[in-house]
Ligand binder design. Structure first.
Ligand code: SF4
Length: 390
């Protein structure tokens, strides 16, 4: 990243934001999210299940034209939870997928892991299409791991920490030394000395320690991709920074890629290289996190930013019904709630008819800055103002 870093969006915690490439070659990110008192993991790493070499700049995961639909309620139209998404995640890159509850982000994340079957579209991992047989999915899940938001709910209360972390090794018949692999995964997740945690049960741990156990269970197989669904949403503010710093350190040390699903733009700012804003089953804006969060172009992104604490001006109150994936509006799917259309700005720009009748289309999955908005496309990018305007 070059040039003067932009101001963080209001209500977020500013920090130094090294790029993915810098994370490959430098130590962990510095800043307020740095894990206090947790130095880099020491010790041998050969016990962890082997992963592939890291560091290439190519795309690790690629999604094209992904659709996921569920049967509608009481015979109604299908709920189009994911309605045409292209998304790439590079090696060593952290992408934040943000949006309100019900926008389809969790369904998208689960479909990337093969946990939800897409209705249409294609998922490619490391250059090969994702297979759908149980054998192919089992092999894939060794390389792409899910980190759930609620460690209390995702840890079996009757299992010790050791058994929880070892479970993945046993499922995949890990050929190496199990105890060494478990110890190293716990150590990498910041639970040191690891032997002290082997025989503990989840209820004997703090919330932050439980989340570290979840992360250790994901790390033990040496994955290349973590999909983290609201990874710190259930944690106290004091622990959130530690877990975020841990994820950044794992990226720096292991070259992990990550998709972080969150409704929290502050979290996206602190952890991600790139952000994808999702609304009603589609990504409506994407780009480098600094670009999107300091100079948002899509009215929906602007509305999300306007309600953050300390945001300048009045918050944008979205009108219209909350989104229903069974009844996606024609034209721009956001048009019934769009403040730019409602206040006449789109009319003055000559795009109001297009807003109501023409779908702005599916954004490309790459790293360029894009917004699925007829009005935004009429605005010069360099003067695109930050903040909740107009
Ligand atoms: S295309 Fe029109 S309705 Fe849709 S977000 Fe842009 S300005 Fe609003």
């Amino acid at each position: 990243m070059t040039g003067t870093p932009p101001e963080p969006p209001p209500g977020t915690t500013p920090g130094s934001k090294p790029s993915a490439a810098q994370h490959q070659t430098q130590g962990p990110a510095q800043g307020p999210t740095q894990d206090p008192g947790q130095g880099p993991t020491q010790g041998p790493t050969q016990g962890l299940a082997p992963g592939p070499s890291h560091g290439a700049a190519s795309s690790l995961l690629s999604v094209e034209g992904l659709h996921v639909a569920f049967p509608g309620r009481r015979g109604g139209p299908d709920a189009r939870a994911v309605d045409g998404v292209d998304l790439d995640i590079g090696r060593g890159e952290i992408v934040a997928l943000v949006g309100e509850s019900g926008c389809g982000k969790t369904t998208l994340a689960r479909s990337l892991l093969g946990l939800v079957r897409p209705t249409r579209g294609r998922v490619t991992f490391d250059g090969a299409p994702l297979g759908r047989s149980s054998r192919a999915l089992k092999a894939y899940r060794r390389r792409a791991q899910l980190v759930l938001q609620d460690p209390s709910g995702s840890l079996n209360p009757r299992h010790t920490v050791y058994d929880i972390v070892a479970e993945g090794l046993r499922i995949h018949a890990h050929p190496g030394d199990e105890r060494t692999a478990v110890a190293e995964a716990l150590s990498r997740a910041g639970l040191r000395p690891p032997e002290r945690f082997f025989l503990r049960y989840p209820h004997e741990l703090s919330g932050g320690q439980r989340q570290r156990v979840v992360i250790a269970g994901a790390l033990v197989l040496g994955p290349e991709l973590l999909v983290a669904d609201e990874p710190v949403a259930s944690l106290d503010a004091s622990v959130r920074g530690e877990i975020l710093a841990l994820l950044l350190r794992l990226r720096a040390e292991l070259g992990l890629s990550a998709l972080v699903v969150t409704h929290d733009l502050g979290l996206a700012w602190n952890i991600a290289d790139r952000v994808a804003v999702m609304y009603l089953g589609r990504i409506v804006e994407t780009g480098a996190v600094e670009q999107v969060l300091t100079a948002p172009r899509h009215p929906y992104t602007r509305a999300l930013l306007s309600v953050l604490p300390e945001a300048p001006g009045d918050p944008v109150v979205l009108t219209g019904e909350p989104p229903d994936p069974s009844y996606i509006p024609t034209g721009c799917r956001f048009h019934v709630r769009c403040q730019v259309l409602a206040d006449g700005t789109a009319e003055r720009a000559g795009v109001a008819d297009a807003c109501r009748s023409r779908d702005p289309g599916v954004l490309g999955g790459g790293g360029s800055s894009q917004a699925a908005c007829h009005w935004a496309r009429t605005q010069p990018r360099e003067v695109s103002p930050a903040g909740p305007v107009p």
